[in-house]
Write a protein that binds this ligand. Structure first.
Ligand SMILES: NC(=O)c1ccc[n+]([C@@H]2O[C@H](COP(=O)([O-])OP(=O)(O)OC[C@H]3O[C@@H](n4cnc5c(N)ncnc54)[C@H](OP(=O)(O)O)[C@@H]3O)[C@@H](O)[C@H]2O)c1
Length: 134
C-alpha cells in the first residue's frame, strides 16, 4: 500500500456518521477521496469541509451500473484506489449484548459478504483492481 498521505480511498456511506468520520481521517493525512452516498448536498458539504481532492458520487449502492460508472470515473481521474470502505448501510441500533444469536449471525454474514459485494460491483469492468482483503 502507498504511504497514507498519498492514499486513494473510496468510502461508501460517506455522507454521515462513520463514513464521514473516516473521510475526515483520511483527508487530514492528504488522501484523495471518492465519496459515495445518496444525499448529494451532504456529500458536497463534506467535500468542501475536507479541503482534500475528492470526487462525489451521489448514488444508491444497490445500483450496480451507477457503481461501475463511479469506479471507472475515479480510476480515470486518480488511478486505482488503495482502499475501498464498504460502509453504506442502516444501523438498527441494537447493542451486541442484547442481540440474539440469529442477529449476530446476520451481522457476521454482512461483514463477510458486503465488502466482497461492493468490490465486485465497483470493479466489475475496471482494468486495474485493488487488492481484495482487509
Ligand atoms: N453506529 C453503529 O453503532 C454501528 C454499529 C454496527 C454497524 N454499523 C454500520 O456502520 C455503517 C455506518 O453506520 P453509521 O452509524 O455511520 O450510520 P449513518 O450515519 O446512518 O450512515 C449511513 C451511511 O450510509 C449511507 N447509505 C445508506 N444506505 C445507502 C444506500 N442504499 N446507498 C448509498 N448510501 C447509503 C447513508 O447516506 P445516504 O442516506 O446519503 O445515502 C450514510 O452516509 C452502517 O452500515 C451501519 O450498519 C454501525
Amino acid at each position: 500500500m502507498r504511504p497514507q498521505q498519498a492514499l486513494r480511498v473510496i468510502i461508501s456511506g460517506a455522507s454521515s456518521g462513520i463514513g464521514a468520520a473516516l473521510a475526515r481521517h483520511y483527508a487530514a493525512s492528504g488522501a484523495t477521496l471518492g465519496l459515495i452516498a445518496r444525499r448529494r448536498p451532504a456529500l458536497e458539504r463534506l467535500a468542501a469541509e475536507l479541503g482534500a481532492p475528492s470526487e462525489i458520487y451521489s448514488l444508491d449502492v444497490r445500483d450496480t451500473a451507477a457503481l461501475a460508472v463511479a469506479a471507472r470515473d475515479f480510476i480515470h481521474r486518480h488511478g486505482c484506489p488503495d482502499l475501498v470502505v464498504a460502509n453504506a448501510g442502516v444501523s438498527l441500533g441494537t447493542l451486541t449484548e442484547h442481540s440474539e444469536d440469529r442477529q449476530m449471525g446476520i451481522v457476521a454474514r454482512a461483514l463477510r459478504v458486503l465488502p466482497n459485494w461492493l468490490y465486485d460491483r465497483l470493479f466489475a469492468n475496471a482494468p486495474h483492481k485493488p487488492r481484495r482483503g482487509g
